[in-house]
Design a protein around this ligand. Structure first.
Ligand code: IPE
Ligand code: IPE
Ligand code: MG
Length: 235
């Protein structure tokens, strides 16, 4: 049974490093693909709970710029799974009022995946219940480099470059600052995720492997956030 939470503060923007699919599969003598597949099943209860708790924005790390170094077969399995997930889940997300956006370098993704991204973004563009960003072929450093490039192409005067103008050139300038980063499977690292946006984010790391991450644990993470004092350099 889910207990009602007494939240003093709900994070507006939660970003999640969904890690541990491979280890989940290995523990069951299953191929890694089975872990990725099981990981997809977590999404629906997660999004439901985010809506219930009043989280406005979720960013989910699905594929990093470094994940191309995995064996070809795993990369293509992941790409097929993205397509399958888009087909299977986007209509439902749309009905729930979620607006889907993708962040990352799209140009290197297969055309079929790019088409699915465009379709999902168009279909859900007018929704306003929950903003969901999927980080696909995403790297925090690439994002910063891409922002710098676009600022230079736009002919910005160096005098006008400050934190505020810089942030306008990021992939999702409209998203609020990240309040909480959740990482599953116990790794204490950032793995090139949202480097700019997490400057003052709180962290919640759990040993739970991503396919086992439950709505209940998501609530615990939010509760933990709610009880913290974010000093932001002050006293
Ligand atoms: C996260 O699970 C999913 C992606 C990175 C695409 P992993 O595949 O990294 O799982 P582990 O870390 O090997 O257990
Ligand atoms: C981070 O997980 C990327 C995603 C969850 C998509 P990784 O498994 O790729 O990160 P490392 O290898 O542990 O740093
Ligand atoms: Mg991993």
């Amino acid at each position: 049974m889910l207990t009602p939470l007494n939240l003093q503060r709900t994070p507006r923007h939660v970003a999640i490093i969904m890690d541990g699919n491979g280890r989940w599969a290995r523990a069951r003598w299953l191929p890694r693909a089975a872990g990725h597949r099981a990981g997809v099943q977590v999404l629906t209860p997660l999004l439901e709970t985010a809506g219930e708790l009043g989280v406005e924005t979720l960013t989910l790390y699905a594929f990093s710029t470094e994940n191309w170094t995995r064996p070809e077969t795993e990369v293509s399995t992941l790409m097929s799974l993205f397509l399958e997930t888009a087909r299977g889940k986007v209509p439902d997300l749309n009905e729930r009022g979620a607006r889907l956006r993708f962040v990352g370098r799209r140009e290197n993704l297969p055309e079929s995946v790019r088409a699915a991204i465009r379709e999902a973004e168009m279909l859900t563009a007018a929704n306003d219940k929950l903003d969901v960003y999927i980080a696909l072929n995403y790297g925090g450093r690439s994002e910063i480099v891409d922002a710098a490039r676009r600022m230079i192409s736009a002919g910005l005067d160096p005098e006008d470059v400050n934190e505020e103008t810089f942030a306008r050139y990021l992939y999702a300038p409209e998203a609020p600052e990240v309040d909480l980063v959740i990482r599953t499977s116990g790794e204490l690292r950032v793995s090139n995720f949202l480097l700019w946006q997490i400057a003052y984010a709180e962290f919640y790391v759990t040993d739970t492997l991503w396919p086992d991450f439950s709505a209940q644990e998501f609530r615990r993470a939010i509760e933990s956030f709610s009880a913290r004092s974010r000093r932001r350099g002050g006293v």
